[in-house]
Design a protein around this ligand. Sequence first.
Ligand code: ARG
Length: 401
Amino acid sequence: MKRERIAVAYSGGLDTSVIAKWLQETHNAEVITVTGNLGQKKELTGVKAKAVKSGAKKVYIQDLQKEFVTDYLWPVLKAGALYEHTYPMATAIGRPLLAKALVDVARKEKCTAVAHGCTGKGNDQVRFEVSIAALAPDLKVYAPLREWEFKSREEEIAYCEKHGIPVAATKKNPYSIDENIWGTAIECGVLEDPMAEPPTDAYQHTVSPEDAPDKPTYVNIDFAQGIPVALNGKKMDGVSLIHALNEIGGANGIGRLDLIENRLVGIKSREVYEAPGATILLFAHRELERLTLDKETMHYKAKMANDYANLIYNGLWFTPLREAIDAFVNVTQQTVNGHVRVKLYKGNVEIAGRKSPNSLYDTKLATYTEEDSFDHKSSIGFIKIYGLPVKTFAEVNRKRR
Ligand code: ARG
């Protein structure tokens, strides 16, 4: 019988190393590993050797950063999407692209199945599998963590040792960490107690506000149609720009979040995040929109942003609704051009200045000086008609006070 070929989403960590071997052992499968670089700081150099030691027939390591920024992160930024008004969704927005990369390799290598290393109680299993269903409904999906026999890390380590798979001999990290260029998610260990303040070692890429410089750092960002194109006057591609902002923001203690969030599978979970670059960009972008979007569009867009965040968080990236919201957002972004100056200081991002060729701010209308061009008298008629329904209701229904 022909052996089944399975493309495995492979991070190089303990779980996915065990998966690669386990699928060969229990399913007599040929395994091809797929690793995506989404800008995580973790070394990808040892990954190939490790995948080979786990018995991979072929190893794919792909730099997906540019595609990630252009096709996934810029839409998130332009929409201003934050899950539950807080989480910039680094993990959530990374999954559809990893699923796409996995499917692409599966097709190329004529695999009939794919596998991922998500647990049975998280959001990521849903994001992976719904994305795969959208892109390749015929592919079978294995999620070994939901069904295999191992009950602990120790058992998985023993399995690796038995099969000659190198286990990183680093000191035991109590946290489960997922990271990419848009941010880092940290959970487990002491963080499972919502009352416990995150210990300093939980944070990976930011200093605490107390340890941040005593002087503010100013950052200048230029936007063209909602997309950042220059940092401190220097034109930059998106990948470099976000990496640079992660550095500057991290050094100023920007973008730390501690959140109780509602998972798709019904659980409330406590997650700690770091997203310095995302926090600065989402802030600066919103400030520019305050200047350049008309009131109705701005208010309507905020509602869409919430729906868009829910859709991404809940694994519905590859859907017509997502494309339709993108189309709406893109229309709004045509006038989101200009310059924003922000001040970073001990964990805070503040607006320091903004200007735009599309600015709707009219000094002559806003001013209280003699330059004022606003027609005060026309407010009389405006208020009369605007307040008419209120007045009518009161006359009919309210007792005299
Ligand atoms: N709760 C976040 C999400 O669902 C992040 C999960 C990331 N996983 C982790 N090992 N920290 O998007």
